[in-house]
Design a protein around this ligand. Structure first.
Ligand SMILES: Nc1ncnc2c1ncn2[C@@H]1O[C@H](COP(=O)(O)OP(=O)(O)OP(=O)(O)O)[C@@H](O)[C@H]1O
Ligand SMILES: [Mg+2]
Length: 692
């Protein structure tokens, strides 16, 4: 892998980092504002552009700004607030910023590919625990055993026991116990051990039962009741029960648990940068619990991957103080130490930053391969770093004299040290993101996947793309403007497959009433009405579960309510026609025979009658109903949604646009294309999906 450019040395040479050596973790110290986050983010920008996925723990909400990037460095609307604070016009300020970022980027003498790789080939996702602001990420209510747990227990029992304890203490803290709930922890870890050894997956509900009635009589050397009284066990069950019943506690389970197979997997050719914004967790205690959980899950996951020598994933943890204090052993420290321990074997690079080196365990500091020390203001902080890293006595002078974005660095495995000025970022570095900004970024993020029942598109998309281009008006011999392809994309429209029942007369003489059933489909959207289409029912056998980008799916109304609405609409319409015809007929009767109005009225009545018939026929054909039917007796049964692919292209020239739509078989579908031209609501609905 190419070396990562993160700044320049004191003598103006580029300062680069070998990605593989990042697997021997990195620490960054510096007072507030010294540029730690910028330095770490430059590593993330570089590594992700080169193909390494990132997981970042973001306590302050400024790592999420990695998502604000553009090829021409225009950062509006995200720069508008800052402009306001500075009393500048947003437009002017955005230009000023663009100039500054441009110049800083050009000063690095890189080719445009670098910029493009970061902007186009990485995908920033902001996860927000307990909240839907970003992508919600939850703790799993399932206590799934780590893979091969029984084997681990034999091979490395102390690690396996640690894993049990960590899981147990994580649960206990979630249930409101402090670190000293020791008996409770040993009860839960014993239950977990039993279940995990036999490969069982536990749920919290099941655990609650087992806590009340443990399947063993002794806990360690003591009889169960002597180790933990019945009352304490009941209290423990009660508190665990709160986790499943209380709304505030249930917020922990909002969204999906972290899925590193997905988080670390390229999606649509883009390298993911996953940022977990901790600000949506209200308490410090809660943040600790969540971080412990997240790191445990990462630990389990990484242990299942293949060993490697090269950098595969990056974990960036900003503001690490409090998570690995020097004297205490909170679970977060334990799990971080475990991760550091295995990181080299699995290609995990860990980058940690803090402004409080005094609050970080000595082992973490002294074992780091890359050490970056920015300006530190207090003698105590400098001393801590100096002794932790065995720096020479004159380091004090150097460190206290560092400017913003200047770092004293040491690379342990190369016995190298010096001064580094970190490079300017490509993404917009500014203060914490606001919830609304996170929402906005989420909507623009790479699409999530959705599993839906859909009919496959039987022609490859490339064929449609080629056809679109073929149909595009080119420059003629006389010149003129070319037609431009605004978008050309596969979009899935929703349909409802529904059944219904109605009484119909049977038999010529007996006129016996029998119940008949039927089935039809309808476009499951309020924005357009193409009537009922029973022919689509025949496609049922082609339907398959497909995992699709949610950005290519237009979600439909998943119930027969839409059909009832259409039915009600029709009834009103028919009633209206009826009333109008009656009214006109009355007028017709009283008019003298020779009156010219009479003739007009007659035509009018005839027209109403025909229209009414036509409307009825359209409806009845779509439902394959007999002509005579009391609409009030039509009963809707169930409906299920399915999706039909269309390839939709929009071509534009000189302010005029047209649409070409192909259906799943590759045939052109003018109905949908016409509707898009005429119906603004329908058009907008599709275009918001098609134009990112
Ligand atoms: N795009 C950019 N690239 C590099 N540096 C930037 C950029 N934008 C702003 N800066 C500089 O980065 C400095 C802030 O650095 P940073 O946020 O990394 O500090 P920090 O050490 O993380 O502080 P804290 O401990 O408060 O989080 C600003 O003072 C500014 O000079
Ligand atoms: Mg910072």
């Amino acid at each position: 892998m190419v070396k990562l450019l993160i700044g320049q040395t004191g003598d103006g040479k580029p300062f680069t980092v070998d990605p593989s050596s990042l697997t021997k973790h990195t620490v960054v110290f510096g007072a507030t504002g010294s540029g730690k986050t910028v330095l770490c983010k430059s590593i993330m920008e570089e590594a992700s552009s080169q193909g390494t996925p990132v997981l970042a723990i973001d306590p302050k909400g400024d790592i999420g700004c990695l998502a604000i990037r553009s090829e021409n460095f225009s950062f509006r609307p995200f720069s508008d607030n800052e402009a306001k604070l500075l009393g500048k016009n947003p437009e002017d300020y955005a230009k000023e910023l663009a100039g500054q970022y441009h110049d800083s980027y050009n000063a690095l003498a890189r080719d445009d590919d670098e910029l493009n790789r970061f902007v186009e080939k990485t995908d920033v996702r902001i996860f927000t625990p307990r909240s839907n602001t970003g992508l919600p990420v939850s703790m799993s209510p399932r206590l799934t055993p780590p893979k091969d747990f029984a084997k681990k227990m034999g091979e490395d029992p102390s690690l396996a026991l640690d894993m049990l304890e960590l899981k147990a203490s994580n649960l206990l803290r979630l249930a409101g116990y402090s670190e000293d709930g020791k008996v409770q922890r040993s009860l839960i870890s014993t239950i977990l051990e039993d279940e995990w050894k036999s490969g069982h997956e536990l749920t919290i509900e099941k655990l609650i039962e087992l806590v009340s009635n443990p399947p063993f009589e002794k806990l360690g050397m003591l009889h169960l009741d002597d180790a933990i009284s019945k009352r304490e066990r009941n209290e423990l069950s009660r508190r665990l029960n709160v986790l499943v019943t209380d709304a505030a506690a249930r917020a922990w389970f909002l969204g999906e648990p972290p899925d590193f197979d997905r988080w670390f997997h390229k999606s649509q050719g883009r390298i993911p940068i996953n940022i977990v914004d901790l600000r949506t967790i209200p308490s410090e205690e809660g943040k600790q619990v969540f971080v412990e959980y997240l790191l445990q899950e990462l630990f389990y996951w990484i242990n299942r991957q293949e060993g490697t020598q090269t950098l595969q994933y990056l974990l960036y943890f900003d503001e690490i103080h409090g998570y690995c204090p020097p004297i205490r052993e909170p679970p977060s420290k334990k799990i971080l130490m475990h991760l550091i321990h295995v990181s080299r074997a699995f290609g995990l690079g860990i980058v940690m930053a803090t402004q409080n080196p005094v609050d970080v365990d000595y082992k973490i500091i002294s074992n780091a391969n890359f050490r970056f020390i920015g300006n530190l203001s207090t003698r105590q902080d400098i001393e801590r770093v100096r002794t932790g890293l065995s720096l020479r006595a004159d380091a004090f002078q150097v460190i206290s004299g560092l400017k913003t974005r200047q770092f004293y660095y040491q690379i342990f495995d190369q016995a190298e040290s010096g001064i580094l000025s970190s490079r300017w970022l490509i993404s917009y570095h500014r203060g914490p993101l606001e919830p609304l900004e996170i929402k906005r970024l989420k909507e623009g993020a790479a699409p999530e996947k959705m599993t839906v029942r859909a009919v496959p598109l039987s022609v490859p998309e490339e064929v449609f793309l080629r056809d679109t281009d073929r149909k595009r008006a080119k420059k003629g011999i006389l010149g003129g403007t070319e037609e431009r392809i605004v978008f050309a994309k596969k979009i899935f429209l929703p349909y409802l497959d529904f059944t219904y029942r109605f009484p119909a007369e049977r038999g010529l003489l007996s006129k016996q009433m029998v119940m008949s059933e039927g089935r039809s489909t309808v476009l499951a959207l309020r924005e357009a009405n193409f009537g009922f289409d029973p022919r689509l029912v025949e496609l049922a056998s082609m339907l398959a579960d497909m995992e699709l980008d949610s950005a290519s799916i237009i979600n439909g109304v998943d119930s027969t309510v839409l059909v009832s609405e259409r039915l009600a609409e029709l009834k009103n319409l028919l009633r209206d026609y009826e009333a109008q015809s009656e009214e006109r007929s009355k007028q017709y009767e009283v008019l003298p025979k020779e009156s010219p109005t009479r003739e007009n009225l007659k035509e009018n009545i005839e027209f109403l009658r025909k229209t009414k018939l036509l409307r009825w026929k359209m409806f009845a054909d779509g439902l394959q109903l007999p002509t005579k039917l009391d609409l009030d007796k039509l009963e809707l049964l169930e409906g299920t949604l399915f999706y039909m692919p269309y390839f939709i292209a929009k071509l534009s020239r000189g302010g005029e646009s047209r649409y070409i739509v192909w259906n799943h078989e590759g045939r052109e579908d003018d109905t949908i294309a016409d509707e898009m031209t005429k119906n603004k609501k329908f058009r907008t609905l599709i275009e918001t999906r098609a134009i990112p």
